[in-house]
Design a protein around this ligand. Structure first.
Ligand SMILES: C[S@@+](CC[C@H](N)C(=O)[O-])C[C@H]1O[C@@H](n2cnc3c(N)ncnc32)[C@H](O)[C@@H]1O
Ligand code: SF4
Length: 454
């Protein structure tokens, strides 16, 4: 009896210390996919697309096309993108995309595409004709049915033009996602994003004339010079356009981004948590539902399409282009990852020059433990939470035995169980990035830490 009490006390103490540790550093890393690309390495043996895709269990696929070009690199950005506005460079890249699509068709079109997204970089930097060509490639070569797939395209204010929006409208795009970051000129300038508020308003007004079913706007909090009031001002400006979705991102800076961690602020005056809670409350008040730490959305009018069902826990991500990730349940792969000009330029040049795109040599092969961890993380960091039954049905094992760390989250109140579902509490959701980072397995962490970003 005395021993059980002591064990319980020790666990409670461990859970309390964990809660303090996570709250002390809420922004350790953003786990937008697991495993992170920095854990990818040269595969022991090259794999053919046939090997990778033939056993895939997903019933529909997600087609993602990556356009790795921007007008300039923003100071906070560590995405795979190259500042290059030359249309001949873009055209050669789209030629390579078409070559890749033709080689992939036999392996990845046995199931319908439920979703299609063009991301970047800034896809709308392309000339309208090249933008249209992207849709021709996916429709004519890959067999995407635009009347059945949900289609999303990323854009930035300065690249929004009537001609480009017309292409997107004609091609039945359902969702436009635009990065704004801030409506305050000095805040945008401080992150090397030379963006005038008038330019943002022009883009938003033009977008409004096209009535896309879903408009998403991205904003960042914790910018140099920003205050909680100026953050709420940007949020209010965005809300005035009644977007169906808003993503709010805490600012991350890294040693390899132009704005360095030390340029921003010392941890003592970090306003990010205050910005997050203020924005979350404001968004909920305005009728938005919170889906994750970053995503808030309200009921959209919807499109007339009969959309295909999409199981978000399934894999089947077909990524075309340099920098795009592809995943089956067991293999994740992509081209090499780079941020610096020289490295991105050389990765893109290799991709454009390549004759063959049907052998995969760089990625991550998930073992049973990593498959479980990926499933857990994807569900837990979203409001819907993790169904214990789904987990057991999929893996044939018990969640709490596979990941005993989760018990600590229940003890310190960062997660709660309701019936069959394990969910982060409000406090836990605010600490999603710290919790996600803490749940990275030691093997993946070792690989990520050993990766030198060039
Ligand atoms: C693919 S990017 C942006 C789309 C488009 N290129 C643009 O910037 O307008 C998606 C979003 O991630 C967010 N983001 C990217 N890097 C970030 C960072 N280091 N810290 C915080 N948010 C970031 C930004 O809000 C950005 O709009
Ligand atoms: S934030 Fe967007 S526009 Fe800026 S460099 Fe990154 S991808 Fe390009």
């Amino acid at each position: 009896m005395a021993t059980t009490t002591r064990v319980n006390e020790e666990a409670a103490e461990e859970a309390r210390r964990l809660g303090m540790r996570l709250s002390a550093n809420p922004y350790s890393s953003y786990l937008y996919s697991y495993p992170h690309k920095m854990a990818y390495r040269k595969l022991e043996q090259k794999q053919s697309l046939a090997d990778i895709w033939s056993g895939e269990v997903a019933e529909t696929y997600f087609l993602y096309m990556h356009i790795p070009f921007c007008g300039a690199r923003c100071g906070f950005c560590n995405l795979f993108t190259l500042p290059d506005k030359r249309s001949d460079v873009h055209e050669q890249y789209v030629d390579a995309l078409e070559r890749q699509a033709k080689q992939w068709v036999p392996h990845v079109t046995d199931k319908p595409f439920a979703r299609f997204a063009i991301g970047g970089g800034t896809p709308t930097l392309l000339h309208p004709q090249q933008l249209d060509r992207l849709f021709r490639i996916v429709e004519e070569t890959m067999g995407l049915d635009p009347s059945k797939a949900s289609i999303s395209v990323e854009t930035s204010p300065e690249t929004v033009s009537r001609e480009r929006l017309q292409v997107l409208k004609d091609r039945q795009t359902d969702r436009i996602s635009m990065g704004i970051q801030s409506f305050v000129e000095a805040e945008a300038a401080a992150i090397y994003r030379p963006q005038k508020p008038a330019e943002v308003e022009r883009a938003l007004e033009l977008l409004g004339q096209f009535h896309f079913p879903v408009l998403n706007l991205d904003l960042i909090y914790g910018l140099p010079g920003q205050t909680v009031d100026s953050w709420l001002y940007s949020l209010q400006r965005a809300l005035a356009y009644e977007p169906e979705e808003i993503f709010i991102y805490p600012l991350y800076t890294r040693e390899h981004t132009i704005v360095k961690p030390n340029d921003v602020r010392s941890s003592g005056d970090d306003i990010r948590m205050a910005c997050y809670t203020a924005a979350r409350d404001r968004l909920v008040e305005a009728g938005y539902t919170q889906y994750s730490m970053r995503r808030f959305a309200r009921e959209a009018a919807g499109s007339d399409k009969q959309l295909l069902p999409y199981g978000c826990q399934e894999e089947g991500m077909v990524g075309l282009g340099c920098g795009a990730r592809s995943y089956t349940r067991q293999v994740h792969y992509a081209t090499r990852y780079g941020v610096g000009r020289r490295e991105t330029e050389s990765i893109i040049a290799e991709y454009v020059a390549a004759e063959r795109h049907d052998e995969i040599g760089y990625g991550f092969v998930l073992n049973g433990q990593e498959e479980r961890r990926r499933f857990l993380l994807k569900a837990l960091l979203h409001m819907e939470g993790l169904s214990l039954q789904d987990y057991e049905a999929r893996f044939g094992s018990d969640l709490f035995e596979d990941c005993d760390e989760l018990a600590l989250l229940l003890m310190n109140g960062l997660a709660a169980r309701s019936g069959d579902t394990l969910r982060l509490t409000e406090e836990g959701m605010a600490l999603s990035d710290a919790i996600g980072d803490w749940l990275i397995t030691p093997d993946v962490r070792r690989l990520m830490e050993g990766y030198v970003v060039r």
